[in-house]
Design a protein. Structure first.
Length: 255
């Protein structure tokens, strides 16, 4: 039995570890928290998919806030890119939330994943064979709008869609990861507000609390890693993460 302030942490240690591992990857590469936590909870711990998804949405409100602050302290945020992503991202999230009852996100999700898997392979090849050259990102507002919409309507996708496309355009990797992570807090807060309202405080306990503890603990380390990784290494790692997680999603949807 492991107690902290009279609370037994034993039952939630697996969720603390999952939250820590997932946020390390997400904080360093700008994607995959939802995919990793959902996969490990459903696949390894036998948590029902619907419950796993509910927990992830609530937890991300805490982890994205901590991650955004950590990236800010490490100088990983591009203020201009932040502003250009924020408003379209939130609008896209609101549109996705409004239309989710009339559009089946699961129907379009496999096709989005195929696109992301292709982007992942291209980033991997580019990182291995071509020295990355930093360029100013273009088409940021439409990208934020689409990323926010897919995140709300399809149950995820902000990090993979926005991070990967900004990297393809040649934006500085650590600035992309830090900025996308920071904007995600406002997006998550927007599209999850009504959901959190209906959950109530009682749900911030047990497994959900474990994911929050692990995710918050890992956030500073993920931001630190993003600051020190070379652009070449980040392109390779993002390419691998995006290809693997997208391939798993395709297999789950159509397997």
């Amino acid at each position: 039995m492991m107690e902290v302030f009279g609370f037994d942490l034993g039952p939630i240690i697996p969720f603390i570890l999952i939250g820590f591992a997932a946020q390390m990857v997400d904080g360093a590469l700008g994607m995959a928290f939802g995919v990793i936590t959902n996969t490990l909870m459903v696949g390894l711990l036998g948590v029902p998919p619907a419950l796993a998804s509910q927990r992830v949405h609530l937890v991300e409100c805490f982890t994205t806030a901590t991650s955004g602050i950590s990236h800010l302290l490490h100088g990983n945020i591009d203020k201009g890119l932040f502003v250009r992503l924020l408003v379209p991202g939130v609008i896209g999230g609101l549109l996705g939330t409004y239309l989710i009852t009339s559009i089946d996100g699961d129907t379009i999700k496999p096709f989005v994943l195929i696109y992301l898997a292709g982007i992942g392979v291209w980033l991997l090849i580019r990182g291995l064979l071509y020295p990355p050259r930093v360029r100013q990102a273009r088409h940021v507002a439409p990208l934020g709008l689409v990323g926010g919409f897919l995140d709300a309507a399809g149950g995820g996708g902000w990090g993979p869609v926005v991070t990967s496309n900004l990297l393809v355009q040649g934006a500085e990797p650590r600035k992309v990861v830090g900025t996308v992570n920071s904007v995600e807090f406002f997006l998550t807060l927007t599209i999850s507000a009504s959901f959190i309202y209906h959950l109530g405080i009682s749900h911030i306990a047990g497994a959900t609390l474990g994911l929050i503890i692990g995710g918050i603990a890992a956030a500073p380390f993920g931001a630190m890693a993003a600051k020190h990784f070379s652009p070449k290494l980040m392109l390779v790692l993002v390419g691998i993460a995006l290809s693997v997680t997208s391939a798993y999603g395709i297999w789950t949807a159509w397997g």
